[in-house]
Design a protein around this ligand. Structure first.
Ligand SMILES: [Fe+2]
Length: 278
């Protein structure tokens, strides 16, 4: 069932695979010279965009999975929208813990940027964009509204393969400082996804590191930030040397997914390693 709140995307050829670009945790500021723990987030995001365009990975859609800005300022969203213009394809977004409640207001001024959260892609797939933000705190939670919406969309389109996107991590990273900020009600999500065997992947940001694991038969993929990287398996706050990145996904008509994280070739945007928190 389609409604005005749905976005329908028909790939060029019937049965062609759907190609998706995920960017996450850009943490832009109202001032372009601001840094997050020593990294100029505008410059590192620009370098990621340049590298994406250089690779000539042909994609149909872009998913931005939260923390678009760092300082709760509207100006960062305008910079974001201007910077992604060369990607040319429709971009869908969801909230992270650093985002404004009203981020739709600046973003809706740009025709490339879509506010829909339900994306019907061709005949075989749907993408569901969830809001896990609890305003003012770093951890995430899916509200009863979000859970009910997910339940309805899964039931209405049970014949479609599904990709779910949200900001917060549902699996532990084994970094104690970070795991206290994960999605708190994973058990509620587990109950809703249980009857459906066509949910193929859940993608997220938030943890500023790559992850590719299985949870209840669903592939859980997290993607590096376009700015600072958190060091995996570190109980205390620690930053990583590894370069900034993004994710490329190919959703095939048989429900299988190919996905890879790509990173900048060099680590020219190194953070301040003496930082003790974020
Ligand atoms: Fe973030």
């Amino acid at each position: 069932m389609k409604s005005v709140m749905d976005y329908f995307y028909q790939p060029f050829a019937k049965n062609e695979s759907i190609r998706i670009l995920q960017i996450t945790d850009t943490h832009l500021f109202a001032k372009k010279n601001e840094q997050l723990l020593g990294v100029n987030t505008t410059n590192s995001f620009q370098a990621v965009l340049d590298a994406i365009l250089d690779r000539q990975f042909r994609f149909d859609l872009v998913l931005a999975t939260g923390d678009l800005v760092q300082d709760h300022n509207e100006q960062g969203y305008h910079y974001f929208a201007e910077m992604v213009k060369p990607l040319e394809k429709p971009l869908f977004w969801l909230q992270g813990n650093h985002d404004q409640l009203q981020m739709e207001k600046p973003l809706q001024q740009y025709s490339q940027i879509k506010s829909q959260k339900h994306i019907l892609v061709g005949d075989k797939w749907q993408i569901l964009m969830l809001d896990s933000q609890v305003f003012g705190v770093p951890h995430g939670k899916l509200s009863s509204y979000q859970l009910d919406w997910l339940k309805v969309k899964l039931a209405e389109n049970s014949e479609r393969y599904t990709l779910i996107a949200l900001h917060h991590n549902i699996l532990p990273t084994h970094s104690a400082w970070l795991d206290q900020h994960s999605l708190r009600n994973v058990h509620d999500l587990a109950k809703i996804v249980k009857p459906y065997n066509k949910i193929k992947a859940i993608i997220h940001g938030h943890i500023h590191q790559e992850m590719d694991k299985l949870w209840k038969g669903i592939r859980i993929l997290s993607t590096p930030s376009t700015c600072i990287q958190f060091k995996p398996h570190s109980n205390n706050f620690a930053l990583d040397l590894i370069p900034q990145g993004w994710r490329e996904l190919v959703l095939h008509p048989d429900g299988s997914i190919d996905s890879e994280v790509k990173r900048l070739a060099t680590n020219e945007f190194l953070p301040d390693f003496s930082a003790e928190g974020y």
